[in-house]
Design a protein around this ligand. Sequence first.
Ligand SMILES: Cc1cc2nc3c(=O)[nH]c(=O)nc-3n(C[C@H](O)[C@H](O)[C@H](O)COP(=O)(O)OP(=O)(O)OC[C@H]3O[C@@H](n4cnc5c(N)ncnc54)[C@H](O)[C@@H]3O)c2cc1C
Length: 421
Amino acid sequence: MTTHTLDIDTLIVGAGQAGIAISEHLTKLDIPHLILERNRIAERWRSQRWDSLVANGPVWHDRFPGLQFQDMAPDEFAAKERVADYFVEYVRKMNAPVRTGVEVTRVTRNRNRAGFTIETSDGVITANHVVAATGPFQQPLIPAIAPADDSILQIHSAEYRNPPQLPAGNVLVVGAGSSGVQIADELQRSGKQVYLSVGAHDRPPRAYRNRDFVWWLGVLGLWDAEEVSPGKEHVTIAVSGARGGHTIDFRRLAQQGMTLVGLTKTFHNGRAIFANNLCDNIRNGDENYFSLLDAADAYIERNGLDLPPEPEARIMLPDPQCMTNPLLELDLKAAGITSIIWATGFSQDFSWLQVDAFDEQGKPRHQRGVSSEPGVYFVGLPWLSRRGSTFIWGVWHDAKHIADHIETQRKYADYKDAAQR
Ligand SMILES: Cc1cc2nc3c(=O)[nH]c(=O)nc-3n(C[C@H](O)[C@H](O)[C@H](O)COP(=O)(O)OP(=O)(O)OC[C@H]3O[C@@H](n4cnc5c(N)ncnc54)[C@H](O)[C@@H]3O)c2cc1C
């Protein structure tokens, strides 16, 4: 580590979409700042996502206000590298002060003076404000139930790249949110027999009556929902922009040969044991699907919109055999399972942020990203202010609120009473 010390008003940790968004707002407010990124700009889109991933939302929607995807039609879905390139372009356009290849290793509050000391892989910085923009999905989470079986390749969805990466044989994919279901579909299409363990999920239609679901969630105010509804804390959202975008339909996947099973409970003597809740999970997903169609119909009527009816959206395929006669146990060897993919989510790591900003469970204590520790901010966390907070367009609005808060605090700090003036 070099020993030079740099003073800056606001230090942002992480140059993903969250760090870039807050930089734009700070620039507009003329607040000196610096972004430190340990890898490259928007690194997670480059190296922690599978090869064929495209954004879940079309490019007219999944972007910041200040720049369009010029080379793409509005309803197309950007490939993951294109998303990363978009953020590099954005940094250039905004002239955002990013330093890449520098890791923040420790942040502590200064004693007897304001601000923070930030230790990095390239020196020490002091700053009045620190914004943690290190991502909602940081550390791949594999549950403790994962079997200790060296004959099976077990990877997290963040490590999955493409079908040839897996050994010959069949696959169990655990988790059927957007990642799990898309990976399962890709593996199935590559010729593998896939078992997909389906937990609680929401399953909006990709599009209904000529409008993508991102539009529906927007006009119906659902992206702005401020709290997870009680009982829905573990409900993932299953959507896909793959192959031009399509509705996730578990019955269709089963019709194409995939075996659906309920939540994976445990592994015992070479067997996977599943909860008997597949039908409930699929029917709850259906309920979510139909509730969106109903809300959309009501919205169209209330506003007198001229959007074509789509009655076929309400026709469901018959329940497949794996639903009518659910599999509760699977002998992994007999089923030829050679890989398990854990699409089971992520946790966060704030071990570098050594300030009083966390609750007993280690979760950030904050209100709309403004930490209980004055001068510390979080941006990009799930449900930071609303459902949209982790998404590209949502983080931009949260970042604005945080930049405004920093600006207000700067005014208080600059205040001089009559004796000082
Ligand atoms: C599979 C998948 C698909 C998604 N698809 C979409 C989509 O289609 N549309 C959408 O809107 N959202 C999508 N998201 C959600 C969200 O847009 C992404 O998770 C996005 O990467 C979050 O951006 P971020 O800036 O908050 O965090 P990140 O992208 O995680 O960026 C954080 C950055 O901080 C850096 N960092 C971390 N710790 C340090 C440190 N100590 N020092 C320096 N740097 C550090 C990291 O290297 C990283 O570059 C998707 C998420 C996943 C997992």
